[in-house]
Design a protein around this ligand. Structure first.
Ligand code: HEM
Ligand SMILES: *[C@@H]1O[C@H](CO)[C@@H](O)[C@H](O)[C@H]1NC(C)=O
Ligand SMILES: *[C@@H]1O[C@H](CO)[C@@H](O)[C@H](O)[C@H]1NC(C)=O
Length: 323
């Protein structure tokens, strides 16, 4: 009897070890030194290209940050947003006439291929460029985890269903974050702070001065109203953070406290009925160091969303097409 218990103990232990081993096999294996041997200068090469692009047009920092986000929310961080073609993610509603920076990614990729051909994935380039874009805008830095491989398909319907819309509730947006493994409300609020840089078009915030149930400070309301009145197609743009559009700082959160959020979904974090998001907005508006630390942590978490590793996918030669 005792003998049997012991042997069943050992066989359970063995099973556990086998399971742990399998779990380790399937867990994404990203690391900050992934290219240490195969492309030791990759970070420098990318940084130089991002710096050039941002010097030419400061908004490019915002656009590059958003590309990594829109990549990771659809089929994981696999460079799928970069694929050309009419069935591509570029033509999904949240991206069409909106996602930008593809030429800059081409330039980065060309420089990286020049340094070490066929080694660095487009998905990793997006992750590095997003980090550099934030840093060069005055935001935090972090060690980017690397080793993602590029996907073989784009997913336009996935882009339409997975990417959050400014007209959605906090709960609906939180669910979309959870779907990619970002299961803390801190991820939602900290990453929304990405709206401290960049622009949005009238037709995505027009509701703010007609019919939105979220408050909008009156001077800002009349300014936006006249801007958008002159833009019948809704293409005119306004700063997501009107206080400092090109600087990565905590003004996004102080704006929300002053009812100066540009998008309905921005203002809802503070003025909606979710006490947890409101509390975090209060905290970040008062503590830029904590915002930066949480933003960096959540960017790393976002970058871990279902990467292709090992021999899955490929290393694309040209980010716009599969090999
Ligand atoms: C929480 C849900 C989010 C919603 C509903 C949302 C929605 C939007 C919308 C509607 C725009 C303007 C698009 C246009 O006018 O064409 C925009 C721009 C932008 N978003 Fe978000 N976003 C969200 C989260 C994020 C996250 C997590 C990040 C990055 C960490 C981010 C970074 C940006 C940036 C940087 C821009 C400006 C891009 C540019 O100027 O090129 N957003 N977002
Ligand atoms: C709005 O801008 C997009 C390109 O960014 C363009 O394709 C579209 O035609 C513009 N709308 C109008 C009515 O000009
Ligand atoms: C596209 O994305 C959706 C939503 O994430 C997913 O359910 C579906 O499997 C994806 N399709 C492909 C072909 O990757």
């Amino acid at each position: 009897m005792e003998k049997m218990q012991i042997s069943s103990f050992y066989s359970s232990l063995l099973l556990l070890l086998v399971l742990l081993h399998l779990a380790a096999e399937v867990r994404p294996q990203l690391s900050s030194d992934f290219y240490a041997q195969s492309c030791p200068n990759v970070l420098k090469v990318v940084r130089r290209q991002v710096l050039n692009a941002v010097k030419t047009e400061m908004r490019m920092a915002a656009s590059l940050l958003r590309l990594h986000f829109h990549d990771c929310f659809v089929n994981g961080c696999d460079g799928s947003i970069l694929l050309d073609g009419s069935d591509g993610e570029k033509f999904a509603f949240p991206n069409i006439n909106s996602a930008r920076g593809f030429e800059v990614v081409d330039a980065i990729k060309a420089a990286v291929e020049d340094e070490c051909g066929g080694v660095v994935s487009c998905a990793d380039i997006l992750a590095i460029a997003a980090r550099d874009a934030v840093l060069l805008s005055g935001g935090p830095s972090w060690r980017v985890l690397l080793g993602r491989r590029d996907g073989l398909v784009a997913n336009q319907s996935g882009a339409n269903s997975n990417l959050p819309s400014p007209f959605e509730s906090v709960a609906a947006i939180f669910q979309k974050f959870k779907d990619v493994g970002l299961d803390s409300i801190t991820d939602v609020v900290a990453l929304s702070g990405g709206h401290t840089i960049g622009l949005a078009r009238c037709f995505l915030f027009r509701n703010r001065f007609s019919g939105d149930d979220m408050p909008l400070e009156s001077n800002m309301a009349s300014e936006l109203q006249s801007l958008c009145a002159q833009s019948s197609d809704g293409n005119a743009t306004a700063a997501l953070d009107r206080n400092s559009v090109d600087v990565f700082d905590k003004h996004y959160f102080t704006n929300l406290k002053g009812e100066r959020g540009l998008l309905s979904s921005d203002q809802r974090l503070y003025s909606g009925d979710d006490a947890a998001t409101k509390a975090l907005v209060e905290i970040y508006s008062d503590n830029v160091a904590l915002f930066f630390a949480d933003f960096a942590k959540s960017m790393i978490r976002m970058g871990n969303s279902s990467p292709l590793t090992g021999s899955a996918g490929e290393i694309r030669k040209n980010c716009r097409v599969v090999n």
